[in-house]
Design a protein around this ligand. Structure first.
Ligand SMILES: [Zn+2]
Length: 286
C-alpha cells in the first residue's frame, strides 16, 4: 500500500505523466565522441583549450587558463569522491587519470565547445570520453563544485565500467554531486519528486528510465527519479546494494548491464511502493 499522503494520486499518475514539460539539465551532458585524444591535443592551442597544467594529483590532471592554488580543497574533495564511489559500488580502482580543464570565463568555454562539440556549447560543464581520454570541462563559477562533482563522477565511473545505462550513469552522478555531508541526499530532487507525486504528475517507473538512450530526451524528472533509485538501492539494505553493484559488474565484463527493473521484480516485488515510501521518509526528514 502506498503511504497515506501519496495514496490518492496513484491511479491516474501514469496518464498525466506525458503532460510533463520536458527540459534539459543545465549542468550535465555526458558525451562519447569519436575524436581521438591525439587529435584533440594537436589542435588544443587553436581551439583555446587551457594548456597550462597547474596540478597533477594521483588520478586528476588539472589544466587551467588562470591562476589557481595547486592544493585547492576542491581537488581534495574530488579525490575523496573517487574513493567513495569505488568503495560504495565495490569497483576496482583504475590507473587512468581524468583530465580536468578549467576556464576562467564562461565565454571561453562556450567558444571551445562551439568548435569541438557544438551541442554542448550552452553547458556550464560537461564530460567527454574519447578512445584515449576522460575529459571534464568547466568554467569557474558559483556552481563549479557541484558541476565538477557530477562530471568527474561520470569520468571516474567510466574509467572502470565500459557500459553504463544512461539512467544509471546520471543517477549515480546526481548522487555524488551533492556535498559530502549530505551523503547522497539530493534535496532539490526530493522536493521535485514529492511535489510531482502529490500532484499526480509522476510515479516511479524504472523500466521506462531504462529505455532512455539519448541525453537530450532526459527530463529533469528523469534525473531526479534516476537519483532516487540509486539512493534507494545504495541505502536500503545489503541486497539492494548488491543488485546495483552486480549490474555494474555486468557493464564491466560483458559490455552491457542487465535490466535492474527485471532484477527488482524478483528480489523486491514491491520496489515501486518501497521507492515511494523511501521518498516519503526523505521528504519528512527535511
Ligand atoms: Zn550527468
Amino acid at each position: 500500500m502506498l503511504p497515506a499522503e501519496f495514496r490518492n494520486n496513484s491511479a491516474s499518475s501514469y496518464c498525466r505523466k506525458s503532460a510533463l514539460k520536458r527540459w534539459l539539465s543545465a549542468s550535465c551532458l555526458l558525451l562519447v565522441v569519436t575524436v581521438t585524444g591525439c587529435q584533440l591535443l594537436n589542435t588544443s592551442r587553436n581551439l583555446g583549450l587551457p594548456n597550462q597544467i597547474i596540478a597533477e594529483r594521483d588520478y586528476l590532471v588539472i589544466h587551467s587558463d588562470f591562476r589557481l592554488p595547486r592544493k585547492h580543497r576542491l581537488f581534495d574533495e574530488l579525490e575523496r569522491l573517487r574513493d567513495d564511489l569505488y568503495r560504495d559500488l565495490q569497483l576496482p580502482t583504475s590507473d587512468e587519470s581524468v583530465q580536468l580543464y578549467l576556464f576562467a570565463e564562461p565565454g571561453d568555454l562556450r567558444r571551445y565547445a562551439g568548435k569541438v562539440v557544438p551541442e554542448l556549447r550552452d553547458r556550464r560543464a560537461f564530460f567527454i570520453k574519447t578512445d584515449t581520454r576522460l575529459q571534464v570541462f568547466a568554467h569557474w563559477g558559483d556552481k563549479l563544485a557541484e558541476d565538477l562533482r557530477h562530471e568527474t563522477c561520470h569520468a571516474f565511473l567510466h574509467a572502470v565500467v565500459a557500459d553504463v545505462p544512461l539512467w544509471l550513469d546520471e543517477g549515480i552522478a546526481e548522487y555524488y554531486e551533492v556535498e559530502e555531508h549530505e551523503q547522497g541526499l539530493n534535496r532539490p530532487h526530493v522536493f521535485l519528486l514529492a511535489n510531482a507525486f502529490r500532484k499526480g504528475t509522476w510515479i516511479p517507473n524504472l523500466a521506462r528510465l531504462e529505455m532512455l538512450t539519448e541525453p537530450e530526451n532526459v527530463t529533469q524528472n528523469d534525473y531526479a527519479e534516476s537519483w532516487l533509485w540509486v539512493h534507494f538501492l545504495l541505502q536500503h539494505d545489503e541486497m539492494s546494494r548488491d543488485l546495483l553493484r552486480n549490474s555494474l559488474v555486468d557493464g564491466r565484463f560483458q559490455g552491457s548491464s542487465r535490466s535492474l527493473s527485471k532484477e527488482l521484480e524478483t528480489k523486491f516485488p514491491d520496489a515501486q511502493l518501497m521507492l515511494v515510501e523511501h521518498l516519503k521518509q526523505l521528504s519528512e526528514g527535511m
